[in-house]
Design a protein. Structure first.
Length: 270
């Protein structure tokens, strides 16, 4: 009888200790979640190569690299110092703020390093190209970087019929989810190409002077445009008059969405 009571007491003590450990673990996890958050953003630059840029949280000693298009995600907290660096770009130092953890991406602008070259004279030979030189067969389909990755991952060289040949990589990538991820990457790439085309057709001054978009919101407005199906449909028809008409309407919507009150006469904030 005494042994049974003792055994019961020991079990109760063990259970209580487990609950205390669980409570301590839960509190620690909650505090950690409050202090550390994933900082998501995008690097902006005139350089076309925005992949593999070093993003370093110097405060917490954490490092990552940007994905295609300059997108990045890094664990950080308020007042952390983030360093952005690359061989072809000027390094940027940024102090994390509370508002950087909102729904919008943090846009980080990096300037290209200027390299002085001797005078070069270029002569255009239209008849000389990869096809005429025999490097690429005539009528061969060309792929963007993202399309090439998907082509390889899905076993682009598969053949069917009497000589059926299926890539093992294609099967593995389909099961692992890599194929689905690469398809999403193609969509991101298409948006990047669209963004670059819009920037060539319309300058920042056009958005600021004509549409009254504040300078620090121009990039945000550009991403707002490429996510709007109506604008993309009109823009791809290469009708500048119709495109400008849609731009005016969307600029008003964007300013209201961002709660930006703009004076129509001089473009300054009220």
């Amino acid at each position: 009888m005494i042994v049974a009571i003792t055994f019961t007491i020991i079990n109760q003590i063990r259970f209580a200790i487990k609950r205390i450990y669980f409570f301590i673990f839960f509190i620690s996890l909650s505090l950690s979640a409050q202090n550390d958050t994933i900082l998501k953003g995008k690097i902006i630059s005139e350089s076309s190569n925005l992949e593999d840029i070093h993003v370093v949280n110097r405060t917490q000693k954490k490092v990552t690299t940007s994905l295609q298009g300059g997108y990045f995600a890094l664990k950080a907290k308020i007042n952390d110092t983030i360093i952005f660096s690359a061989v072809n770009l000027k390094a940027v130092q940024y102090i994390v703020k509370k508002e950087d953890f909102g729904e919008d991406l943090l846009f980080v602008k990096m300037e290209a390093l200027e390299t002085t070259l001797n005078e070069v004279i270029l002569t255009e030979y239209k008849s000389i190209n990869p096809v005429s030189l025999g490097i690429v067969p005539a009528n061969q389909k060309t792929y963007t970087p993202a399309e090439r990755k998907l082509y390889t991952a899905t076993g682009g060289g598969n053949t069917y019929g009497l000589n059926t040949s299926v890539s093992l990589d294609g099967i593995i990538n389909g099961i692992s989810g890599r194929t689905k991820m690469l398809k999403k990457e193609i969509q991101v790439e298409k948006k990047e190409f669209l963004l670059e085309a819009i920037q060539l057709d319309f300058s920042n001054n056009y958005f600021m002077d004509k549409l009254k978009i504040p300078e620090d919101h121009v990039f945000g407005f550009l991403y707002y445009l490429i996510e709007n199906r109506n604008f993309v449909s009109v823009y791809l028809k290469d009708n500048k008059t119709a495109t400008e008409f849609v731009l005016v309407g969307l600029s008003v919507q964007y300013l209201k969405l961002k709660n930006l009150n703009i004076n129509d006469e001089d473009g300054s904030k009220n």
